[in-house]
Every structure is written in C-alpha cells, then in structure tokens.
Write a protein that binds this ligand. Structure first.
Ligand code: HEM
Ligand code: HEM
Length: 187
C-alpha cells in the first residue's frame, strides 16, 4: 500500500525541515559540553537557515491551503480527529498522506513547537554581536530567551519521537509513508 501523494513543494520543504531541525536537536545535546562546544556556531547558523525555511513553509502552507489539515478547528474537522483517535485506541493507525485527521493535527502541533524554537532562536541569533560566539549585551534577556527556547525544544523532542515512531510503524505495516514524503522509490 502506498500513501496518497504529497505535493512536490511540500516534499522539498519537508526534506529541508526534517534535516535542519533534526540537526538542531542533536547538536543541542552536545553543544554545551566542554569538548564539543564548537557545535554551537553550527547550531546558530543552521538554526537561522531552519527558521528561514520555516517562514517559506508557513507561506506555502497558507497559499496551498494546508492550514485546514494542520489546524483542524472546524466542527467537521474536529470530528475526524476524534474519530481517528478512537480508532487508534482500538489499534488502527490513522490514514497517512494529505488529509484532515489526527495525523495532520499532530503535524500542526509540531509546526507550532518548531515556530516557538525558531522565533526565540532568531531573537538569540540577533542578540549575539556579529563575529562573536557570545556573550550578548543583555545576558538576562538572553537567558530568558534560552529558557523559552528550551521549553519549545522539549515539546519538539516529544513531537520528534512520536512522529518518527508513528512513521516507522506505518512503514513496517506496509504503508510506504517514507517513500511518499521523501519521494524515494521502494525497490
Ligand atoms: C522535527 C522535525 C520535523 C517536523 C517539524 C516535521 C513535520 C512534518 C509535517 C508538518 C508533515 C506533514 C506534511 C505537511 O503538512 O507539510 C510531516 C510528514 C511526514 N514526516 Fe515529518 N517532520 C519532521 C521530521 C521528520 C523526520 C526526521 C522523519 C523521518 C525520519 C519524518 C517523516 C515524515 C513522514 C513519513 C511524513 C508523512 C506522514 C503521513 O503520510 O501522514 N519527519 N512531517
Ligand atoms: C529552528 C531553529 C532551531 C531549533 C529547532 C533549535 C532547537 C534547539 C533545541 C531542541 C535545544 C535544546 C533545548 C533543551 O535543552 O531541551 C536548543 C538549545 C539552544 N539553542 Fe537552539 N534551535 C534553533 C535555533 C537556534 C538559534 C538560531 C540560536 C541562536 C543563538 C539557538 C541557540 C540555542 C541555545 C543558546 C541553546 C541552549 C539553551 C540552554 O541549554 O540554555 N538556537 N535549540
């Protein structure tokens, strides 16, 4: 079974988001340790790129009408989400691919967590003087933003583990979700 087709630009944006954001998450584990602090400038730079890609993602999602899928607020859409959740409790995975339901709703929550990280990250990026790795002019404000950044970072980790685990579960049950979103052929 193959998941329904994602739009090519959604696939390209997802490639960029999945690689840069996963890089951000893993560098963040080691960049504060004495031997691996050299990772911080990379986190700062790739973070700025990820934030730029996310802006494109928001614009494209709006233009392409993806908001209905990512943020299912309407009554009918909410009913779809609840129905998928009930099925999940009975051991049936929600439908993959583009469409309104539980998967899209969770993807939307992930995009919100990522946006929190990107906003606070972009502010911290701007607070570090050019050509320096730190310290910033206003250390108190900088610390406040790191705490907010950490909060969204935690949520993003929860999302990441759930997202990757569910994708793997779909894949091993014969639904080629990786092939569909990453546009790779299954041989
Ligand atoms: C934290 C980084 C990530 C974010 C924010 C993210 C976000 C998203 C979003 C928003 C979608 C829906 C497509 C759309 O509406 O534009 C999606 C789909 C998907 N993502 Fe990710 N993703 C991330 C990382 C990953 C990684 C690392 C993998 C795999 C190793 C992955 C696998 C998939 C798959 C298989 C789908 C298709 C799901 C389906 O068919 O229902 N994602 N992702
Ligand atoms: C979309 C882009 C970004 C993502 C997804 C991201 C993600 C993360 C994550 C997951 C953490 C670990 C949080 C935790 O400890 O639980 C982190 C830490 C951190 N990030 Fe980012 N980041 C991004 C951009 C940036 C940028 C542009 C900067 C600029 C300076 C930055 C600075 C930091 C700092 C200073 C920490 C350490 C916070 C602390 O432990 O006190 N990040 N980031």
């Amino acid at each position: 079974m193959t998941a329904r087709t994602w739009d090519i630009n959604v696939c390209k944006l997802h490639w960029l988001i999945a690689t840069t954001v996963t890089f951000q998450q893993f560098t963040s584990i080691w960049m504060s340790d004495p031997g691996t602090q050299y990772l911080f400038p990379f986190h700062r730079l790739v973070g700025a790129i990820a934030a730029g890609v996310l802006v494109l993602f928001w614009i494209y999602s709006h233009a392409y009408g993806q908001f209905a899928m990512l943020f299912p607020w309407g009554k009918a859409a909410r009913r779809e989400v609840v129905r998928d959740a009930k099925h999940l409790f009975r051991g049936r995975l929600p439908a993959s691919g583009p469409g309104i339901g539980l998967s899209g709703f969770i993807h939307g929550l992930g995009v919100i967590a990522l946006t929190g990280c990107a906003l606070t990250g972009a502010i911290m990026f701007a607070m570090i003087p050019p050509g320096h790795a730190g310290p910033p002019d206003d250390p108190m404000a900088f610390t406040r933003y790191t705490l907010q950044h950490k909060f969204f970072g935690e949520v993003l980790w929860w999302y990441w583990w759930g997202h990757v685990a569910l994708a793997l579960l779909h894949q091993v049950t014969g639904d080629n979700v990786f092939g569909a979103i990453f546009r790779v052929k299954k041989h």
